[in-house]
Design a protein around this ligand. Structure first.
Ligand code: 15L
Length: 274
């Protein structure tokens, strides 16, 4: 039986892009509980479709394939694209051309809600000794972060112009556990990731809302007050990992840009030579 979200909202068909990626794999079984049919897409192998699943591979830069992907869909969790710092041409195709294709397809097919996997790398050049909200000017830490900033602007435009709602989730570090001291602030547990994506899909009205994707960590860099209407209430915390991480990394080098900025090692990636 299909599980119901506490608000009673249930989808006919949800689309999950990037379904073979690190977070897509986590969301695949979890989102299935909120819909009759979960359409899964990626360029990587997705295996065979399980009960209530549809597997529809597509490269995001393939306009026709993306348009077919959005047909008959009620809402989208868009995790597809490049998720690390890469040369610009790679980012351009998947994250900029690809995202335009997703929103145009949504417009043509009347899809009204998208959860966009943005990233903390949109604001990666803010310092680790400041707390920022979702309204600060962006400070991307590379081409990847720039592409996510473009994505947030695209989402804003499609809301203002066409009434397509988006929650842009500036995902922190979603892994089984935080890997270093930076992630004490940026960590997002998989259970909280599910809570956040489901809240973003089911909140009655979101317009275009930007929210940071982190758990209820004790070390805080991000203020989500402006996104409380989404109803996301994280229940996990990185704190139980603190002692082990601090023992492993007792000293922080204050001259290391990766230790100073919220984007961590992303701020030192590149340049990429042709
Ligand atoms: C991201 O946006 C990446 O996709 C992920 O691989 C992590 O590196 C994460 O940010 C992070 O900042 O920890």
């Amino acid at each position: 039986m299909t599980a119901k979200h506490p608000t009673g909202v249930r989808f006919g068909r949800l689309l999950l892009t990037g379904a073979a990626g690190g977070l897509g794999v986590q969301l695949r079984p979890r989102l299935k509980a909120y819909c009759e049919t979960l359409r899964l897409s990626d360029i990587a192998e997705l295996g065979t479709a399980g009960p209530g699943e549809e597997v529809q591979p597509a490269a995001l830069q393939d306009r026709a394939a993306v348009h077919a992907l959005l047909a008959g869909v009620d809402a989208v969790a868009h995790l597809g694209g490049v998720s690390t710092e890469q040369p610009f041409d790679v980012i351009l195709q998947a994250n900029i051309v690809g995202l335009y294709n997703v929103y145009e397809a949504a417009r043509r097919h009347g899809v009204k809600r998208i959860v966009f996997a943005s990233s903390n790398h949109v604001i990666g050049f803010y310092r680790q000794d400041e707390v920022i909200d979702t309204r600060v000017p962006v400070r991307p830490d590379g081409y990847y972060g720039l592409s996510k900033a473009f994505g947030e602007n695209l989402a804003q435009f499609y809301w203002d112009r066409y009434g397509i709602e988006t929650v842009s989730v500036r995902i922190g570090s979603s892994f089984p556990e935080p890997k270093d001291r930076r992630m004490l602030a940026t960590w997002l547990s998989y259970d909280d990731l599910e809570r956040l994506v489901v809240s973003a899909l089911t909140a009655p009205q979101v317009g275009h809302t930007v929210i940071y994707g982190c758990s209820d960590n004790t070390t805080v860099w991000w203020d989500n007050t402006g996104a409380r209407h989404i109803g996301y209430r994280p229940q996990d915390s990185s704190e139980r990992f603190r002692a082990a991480l601090e023992a492993r990394q007792p000293v922080i080098d204050g001259r290391d840009p990766a230790a100073v900025h919220q984007g961590g090692a992303f701020v030192t990636k590149g340049p990429f030579e042709d």
